[in-house]
Ligand binder design. Sequence first.
Ligand code: HEM
Length: 452
Amino acid sequence: MTNSLSSSTHAVPTAPGRVPLLGHIPSVLRHSPVTTLRSLQAHGDIVALHLGPVTVYVVNSPDLIHRVLVTETDNYGKGRLFTRSTDIIGNGIATSEGEFHHRQRRLMSPAFHRTQLRTYGEVMRGQTEAITGTWQPGAVLPLEKEMNRLTARVAAKTLFTSELGDRAVAEVQKTVPLMTKEAMRRVMVPDVINRLPTPGNRRFFAAIARTRKILNEVMSAYEEQGVDHGDLLSTLLRARDEETGEGMTHAQVHDELITLFIAGTETTSTTLSWLFYEITRHPEVEERLLAELETVLGDRAVTFDDLPKLEYAARFVDETLRLHAPWLSMRRTKVDVELGGVHIPAETELIYSPDAVHHNPRHYPDPERFEPDRWLSAPADRRTFITFGAGKHKCIGDHFARTLILIVLTTIVRKWRLTTVPGYKLREVPDVLLRPKTLPMTVEARAACRTA
Ligand code: HEM
């Protein structure tokens, strides 16, 4: 990465804790990257962080983040976090830019249309019932793993509903956790290490090759059959550009499938783990949730069309998404820019943290307090809520994620009461979102709780 300070960058405050040569590295390691980014919110709209010889700019203010992501977006590329992910997700919408990204986004949007979400809603409820159907009352379950199993199955079953996809479902369920884990690690280490023929790297590349082969076979089988299965894969294979009439090649569909798996599985499962964790800490939330479900649904199972009526549940989800948002995202300047009165040279990495913005008391009073009712009115400045990003790269799966989270939450909470085991101590680890390292929970059948 090239990086040099221009004459006007003296205006940028430097983060505290800098030491000679290593800069802020010891401080970041001591306090953790997440804590560092939260603390930097108090140090200005933009703060310089020196990581050894490299200077990155941490953009703190929602206004400036909005300029980077939305109004002046053409000046910024996606940055290291994404360019390093191309080994895994190839040239999918999450890693691409410019006209190609725009085209892919147009082709993929129909797969996330309301009518599609209604169909996926049934899959989401069915898979939730299937997984919780194996739960034994009184059992202690690793909830974080259960939620991961669930969201991986939902992703697989919404991508390929036909039995032609069964082999692919089994394969991606095996390889996607490996890929997700590798994605963060590979960003952190020099590329040359990622290419060494170590057993780990060989396993990783073999898994990618195997998945590619199976997905190619499934795509060919779908095309030979010529039937619209109403799933994501059919939608992607049939998508045609309105302007040119062109569709996607198999290689492109492959990259988008893997992108959707990686982007959509762990993010949603982590949010679900947090939801159930927050319920155990806030019995009043659980009561209001159950009361709303009783009023809106009675004994009926939840459907996609019920979701707009579940207003308290939606506020509960919003508050969870605020408190547990992605902690790190990046962009890179393509040209020299002026941002917040600061000159930043081309090819400079910028960091912003939705998590840090959401924990800033200037934007959310008493930010650590879990309070779904703060969403009774929209925040004064909507740019302060960036769990799903903003602008042309905003999460394409945001409605999918909200639908999934609400359906899983309502389906589980009515039948099961989940409590953390005695003595449980939360330890958080930073993946895309900060997530509970483990979340052992006791599951009790709700009916049994009521009669007890
Ligand atoms: C709680 C769950 C989720 C969170 C917090 C989340 C968060 C985000 C964020 C912050 C971005 C923007 C990244 C950036 O601009 O740098 C993003 C992009 C993306 N997300 Fe999500 N996401 C979630 C669920 C999903 C789901 C369920 C899917 C797919 C089914 C998905 C697919 C994508 C894709 C493909 C992109 C790239 C979009 C583009 O660059 O045009 N995400 N997500």
